[in-house]
Design a protein. Structure first.
Length: 662
């Protein structure tokens, strides 16, 4: 009897009491919330005290309105309660996970909605089983409490062994679906599993998908894509039951299964197809692609069979290469810009293609314009290239046409140095100067996101052209001055020599590879007064670049960086009421003489001072007793000079030139 009392007292002592709110610091997540919080155990007093404080207490009228909601509205509400049930992507469970959310807590809330009444049960079940997602853990603080409760403790082993929760959830799901296959089975269209679960539970997966006739996507183990003999049962179950499958992958070793697709026996409704290192006859691949009438996305990786002749053939005995919305080529050296251009000469192909990914192919950056010109509906373009020489030497000519596309919105321009290239060779600037020149000349007017592998690339867009003040009537003319017809544009990348082929709508043109002329303003009748002492004036074209047409998000990543950094580059703004502006751009002090660049020369005489509203303060006028009107300037109405000439070093004291900022 004493021994029994001892164990009873020990059991009562081991029971943990409900902790207070100060232990966790936060409350439980609210119903339908996306961000779970720390748990708090409520008491009866808390509910009684909180009841009068509710601003919207339920009433019979609100309950009647809620009961009268139609089924589509309820489904929409339940979709907000559990957002991941609306995941209709053909991506794996790891790639399609939601950020800042706990999928298991959302699923628990939706399951509570199913238990409210019969009407809600029928509507919420459609949302609950539309896209099934099995998670391993809770992505909230509840996981720490539940993991401790799941351990199987004994008297001798107080630590316990953790339970495989994902495998247990799969078994429970399999039991539920097989108990009611006629009602719940047809509701499931997407089935996503974690990596370790789909690699170790082939039998449970096969039993589950056997009762899912309308399945569109399911996460399968990689061995099934390679025709591994250990997964033959699962493959036969998938081919027999999943007739409406929309995505499939074939890797090296599954060539025989791909032949069955060419014969039209399995997977006739595929929309997304991946061919990874498949080595087989190109005619069989063409027949397999021709048998898939709904194919819209194709990814080919590591293939020497796919080439220009295959994608742009004119053989009437073979099916034509399908018109795709998304075309991804990775390590396919046989496809060049000439083959893609011939493929896009077909009307259906050029009108359909929206996403193109080129990595380690025969398409080079200097040939990219040929592809852009043939794809008028292209929205997203990705090119990856390892450069061993500069762009003019690799292209064989300095006359490279600029990039131009009226439909491109997202551009991945990832050019890196080849491993064989010297670390001291200046290779990459020529490639990125070519890109920045195309952007600044307005060749990509709808581009809104740019990905580059150069951390300093946004500086090239900010340097040419410079930010324009609101008063500037013309980008390259000094207000109030009739003697200077062309002004300077500050550039850090050396772009802008006159003679760039391929004019755009703005009329400007320049070549990013030509050396700027030594005397760019040696034309007749030109007064080089404001450009002779500007070392950057020779880098601007005669008409100047037009700048970015809209705000551009530039994502950069260096060689030693893991994540992308984003910089927003705003376009140069031009104001219509430039006549009333009062501040010009000054080139005084930009010469390389001793008085201009000397450390004791002081700051420039013309300084931009902000007025707090986005503009600049006006230049104070000189007194009437000072210098007369400025030569070469337009006459003023009031008789004074709006733009007085800066005083020279001979007219000012030595002490005033030492430091203007002290």
């Amino acid at each position: 009897m004493k021994l029994m009392r001892f164990f009873k007292r020990r059991k009562q002592r081991n029971k943990s009491e409900a902790p207070g709110a100060e232990v966790f610091g936060k409350n439980y997540r609210q119903f339908g919330g996306s961000m779970p919080a720390q748990p708090r155990f409520y008491t009866e007093d808390d509910y009684l005290n909180a009841r009068p404080m509710r601003p919207y207490s339920p009433s019979r009228a609100s309950a009647a309105k809620l009961a009268a909601l139609p089924a589509p509205v309820l489904e929409r509400i339940f979709a907000f309660v559990c957002p991941h049930t609306q995941d209709c992507s053909y991506e794996t469970q790891e790639q399609s996970s939601l950020e800042d959310a706990c999928m298991l807590c959302d699923l628990r809330d939706l399951s509570h909605c199913v238990q409210v009444n019969r009407r809600w049960s029928k509507t919420a079940a459609k949302v609950l089983y539309h896209s099934i997602r099995i998670e391993t853990v809770h992505y909230c603080d509840r996981e720490a409490l539940l993991a401790d409760k799941r351990k199987r403790r004994t008297f001798l082993d107080r630590n316990g062994e953790p339970e495989d929760t994902s495998q247990k959830r799969l078994k429970l799901l399999c039991r539920t679906l097989r108990e009611d296959p006629a009602r719940l089975g047809p509701l499931v269209e997407y089935f996503k599993l974690p990596y370790m679960l789909r690699e170790s539970c082939q039998a449970d997966i096969a039993r589950t998908i056997a009762v899912l006739p309308n399945l569109l996507y399911v996460d399968l183990p990689e061995g099934l894509y390679q025709d591994d003999s250990h997964y033959i049962t699962l493959r036969m179950e998938v081919e027999a039951r999943c007739l409406n499958l929309r995505k499939m992958t074939y890797m090296h070793g599954s060539e025989r299964s791909l032949e069955r697709v060419a014969s039209g026996q399995v997977f006739r409704n595929l929309e997304v197809l991946e061919l990874n290192n498949v080595q087989m006859d190109g005619t069989i691949i063409l027949h397999a692609l021709g048998a898939l009438g709904g194919l819209r996305a194709l990814k080919i990786t590591g293939s020497n069979v796919v080439n220009d002749d295959m994608i742009a053939h004119d053989n009437e005995m073979l099916p034509a290469f399908p018109a795709l919305e998304e075309f991804i080529l990775d390590n396919v050296p046989g496809v060049t810009s000439q083959g893609l251009r011939n493929y896009l000469t077909r009307g259906d192909a050029s009108r359909t293609l929206k996403v193109l990914n080129l990595a380690e192919t025969g398409v080079k950056p200097w040939n990219l314009q040929d592809v852009l010109a043939a794809a008028p509906m292209l929205k997203r373009l990705t090119i990856s290239y390892e450069a061993s020489t500069s762009l003019p030497l690799a292209a064989g000519t300095p006359q490279v046409p600029p990039l131009a596309s009226n439909s491109l919105e997202i551009f991945h321009y990832e050019v890196t140095s080849a491993p064989s290239a010297s670390p001291y060779s200046n290779i990459l600037p020529s490639f990125y100067n070519y890109l920045s020149g195309s952007l600044l000349m307005g060749g990509l007017p709808k581009l809104r996101a740019l990905y580059v592998r150069n951390a300093n690339f946004p500086d090239t867009l900010l340097g040419l052209p410079p930010p324009l003040p609101r008063y500037a009537a013309d980008t390259y003319k000094r207000p109030g001055s009739s003697s200077s017809h062309t002004s300077s544009a500050f550039s850090r990348n050396g772009l802008g020599s006159p003679g760039f082929p391929g004019p755009f709508q703005n009329g400007g043109s320049y070549n990013p590879f030509q050396e700027p002329p030594k005397k760019p303003f040696a034309n007749a009748g030109h007064n080089p007064r404001f450009s002779s002492n500007n070392p950057f004036a020779s880098l601007a074209g005669p008409n100047g670049p037009s700048g970015l047409p809209q705000t551009l998000e530039v994502f950069t990543k260096g060689d030693d960086e893991l994540n992308w950094g984003m910089v927003k580059v705003d376009p140069a703004q031009r104001s219509a009421d430039v006549e009333a502006a009062a501040r010009p751009s000054s080139s005084y002090g930009l010469d390389n003489s001793d008085s201009g660049w000397n450390s004791r020369a002081g700051a420039r005489r013309s300084v931009f001072m902000g007025n707090g509203t986005g503009g600049f303060l006006a230049v104070p006028g000189l007194p009437e007793s000072s210098a007369g009107p400025r030569r070469g300037s337009a006459p003023s109405v009031g008789g004074g000079d709006d733009w007085p000439r800066p005083s020279t070093a001979t007219n000012e004291k030595r002490s005033s030139r030492i430091d203007l900022w002290r």
